[in-house]
Design a protein around this ligand. Sequence first.
Ligand SMILES: [Zn+2]
Length: 326
Amino acid sequence: MPLSNSQYDSLQREYDSRRISAYHRVKNHKEELYKKEPEILKIDQSIASLSIKHAERLLEGDSSAIVSLKKSISELETKRSALMNNLGIDMSYIEPEFKCPDCRDTGFINGVRCHCFKQASIDLLYQQSELKSALSEENFEHFKYELFPDTPIDGKSPVTPYQAIKNGVIKCRSFIDSFDEKHGNLFIFGPTGVGKTFLSKCVAKELLDKGKSVIYFSAFRLFDVFRENAYNKSSDAQDSYQNIFNCDLLIIDDLGTEVSNSYTTAQLFLCINERILRHKSTVISTNLDLEGLRDTYTERIFSRISKDYDFIRLVGSDLRLKTRQA
Ligand SMILES: [Zn+2]
């Protein structure tokens, strides 16, 4: 699934037009403002001509002229904000509003691709728009602890579903807070419908909001990508395959439900191992318990996960049935 040149160009065009409309809005707002208060137009014109002089003196190295020019500019700016204040208009009204203030919607920071562009390419590549819309509902703010009963579910486990999810949320929070320092990994396991996917989406949302690149895959889809990679050796396909190793966070949902063979299992080990070596975090959610993990995959996968992942065990019965009944 390569990001083709035309997709790449259209993404860049989207950035260009977003930036152009931000400046266009500013231009319209300024025209309105000048109509309301023509004095502001005069001030802006003076600031513009003084700024040119300032740049010229800077080139000549005339430091005393620079100081006095700076002073005049700042006096004019103060006068302008007083006039705007009188009109009840905020400075932000005449400043461009960018979707990504970090790169000012250029897609670049110092010649390097901005995090927002990387994520936009990933979203385009893996058609993650569904994930994005799900995240507005599935996040920590919408967490309903009251759905988790605070009574032990069987004689064996003293931990109640409520305690288990609470502990899970604490571990997820600490995973998010220490993301840049610890490069941790999470293994979230438990039966169907006890909040595993919800929890991993909460993590995805928080880290996307922090500007990290996140790929969210069902195990089924991930193994498809592994298989595809075996047949498609074009450089574009290789580039996009590399995203699986390079994105800041890879989430593999529902591990154990995919169709696997020895090739894809070897690829899974490669993926898990390589990401650990590159200090890139991975979150795995699964119905398998530890024994099941060892039986389904290789010893190598089992030992890598047990050594380098934090475990979150969730317990209980299927909440999706409960919410449907409620
Ligand atoms: Zn950006």
